[in-house]
Design a protein around this ligand. Structure first.
Ligand SMILES: *Cc1c(COP(=O)(O)O)cnc(C)c1O
Length: 380
């Protein structure tokens, strides 16, 4: 045997899986291309005469190609799945969702030529279901919000697919240090403003992923901005924040699509949250309508929650005679909810009376006097 002759025995090291690697490389290029072709989302600055000394900024995530902040998350979750070796050229993608994430994931599944199944509560808006199906996704409905997780896992097992599991992976699939994540984008867009470091950033929680990214980024960049998370009725997050108990459950399900969860989701990180407020659902919906009137286009109910949370903080800052800037997020457009939050018959059927909240908020934004039927500390 010469030095250079090849061994005839079967090699112990596997050959490189070139076909799969080539697929992954092409798939990653598709995902990067989607990001490269997209402009940054707007940071809009509406003026409210009552909010003296307080500059309000709204990061408008409704203008992504799939209509919500979940465009960023879906891209990250699919990339995470490919780079971890969970997603290959034949993988069925499965997700548990209240709708927005599934719309965005259906878009990326189609981009990569992969089958997609969304598991959603039956109450999910008709428009979101239509959008998922338009992207070639299949919708599977469950009766109770707390049943989405088990059903999604079962479908992933049956199909040999991959459960994207936004509620677990949102916080880690997003690059929290930067890479133009939502936090880096907001703070960069704020740089030349009168109060470039916001006093507070206000955000609701669905997966908790966005608040995790914001809170981590604030610490990483050593900013003195504080993070307020706003919760809704029938959600486990607020009670978890107050008590530290991650086992709390609220099986009824949230009426505000996209936020408020029946369990404390793994992606919710209370350690980076400085303050929490819980608001009545009727007030969130009223705020979505009032804000829609003021910026001349419809926003979804979770944006109402965010905006009303921001108003609570603005009220306290004004009371203390403080000036500064506040930022929150337009999560999606209200056009998805024309037969729910923007339909008076639907509100009546739900037993929701938004009028006192809407009137009070209008007065607050015009005069700065807090006239809502609950204090700026929210429901306690
Ligand atoms: C997901 C979602 C949220 C909450 O964002 P998270 O990062 O998941 O906490 C708010 N509004 C809408 C419409 C959403 O889809």
């Amino acid at each position: 045997m010469t030095l250079h002759s090849r061994p005839t025995a079967t090699p112990t090291l596997p050959r490189p899986d070139c076909a799969n690697r080539a697929w992954a490389r092409a798939a990653i290029a598709q995902l990067q291309g989607d990001a490269r072709r997209s402009a940054d989302t707007h940071l809009v600055k509406p003026v409210f005469p009552g909010l003296r000394g307080i500059d309000v900024y709204l990061k408008d995530e409704s203008t992504h190609p799939t209509g919500s902040l979940k465009h960023r998350l879906a891209r990250s979750l699919v990339l995470y799945g490919i780079c971890n070796g969970f997603i290959g050229p034949q993988t069925t993608l499965v997700e548990a969702s209240s709708g927005s994430t599934a719309v965005s994931e259906a878009y990326f599944a189609r981009l990569l030529g992969l089958p997609f199944v969304a598991v959603m509560p039956r109450s999910t808006s008709r428009q979101k279901v239509a959008e998922i199906e338009r992207f070639g996704g299949r919708c599977h409905f469950v009766d109770r919000a707390c049943d989405v997780y088990g059903a999604a896992e079962a479908i992933a097992t049956q199909t040999g697919g991959h459960y994207l599991d936004q509620f677990t992976y949102a916080e880690r699939a997003t690059d929290w240090r930067g890479n133009n994540n939502i936090a880096e984008s907001i703070f960069t867009q704020m740089e030349q403003e009168l109060h470039p470091i916001p006093d507070w950033v206000v955000m609701s929680a669905g997966t908790g992923g966005t608040s995790a990214t914001l809170g981590r980024y604030i610490r990483y960049r050593n900013l003195c901005t504080q993070l307020c998370v706003v919760d809704v009725e029938n959600s486990a997050f607020y009670d978890c924040y107050q008590s530290g108990d991650r086992c709390i459950t609220k099986p009824t399900g949230s009426r505000i699509e996209g936020i408020g969860r029946p369990r404390v989701e793994p992606s919710f990180l209370p350690s980076v949250v400085d303050h929490m407020i819980r608001l009545p659902d009727a007030a969130s919906i009223a705020a979505a309508r009032v804000l829609s009137d003021m910026i001349f286009r419809r926003v979804g109910a979770s944006t109402g929650t965010n905006f009303l949370g921001l108003c609570c903080i603005a009220a306290e800052m004004m009371q203390q005679g403080r000036a500064g800037s506040l930022v929150t997020i337009i999560c999606d457009s209200g056009t998805r909810y024309s037969d729910t939050y923007f339909d008076d018959d639907w509100l009546a059927a739900q037993g929701l009376d938004i009028a006192p909240h809407a009137d009070g908020l209008h007065r607050f934004l015009e005069t700065g006097e807090w006239r809502l039927p609950f204090g700026p500390a929210g429901l306690t």
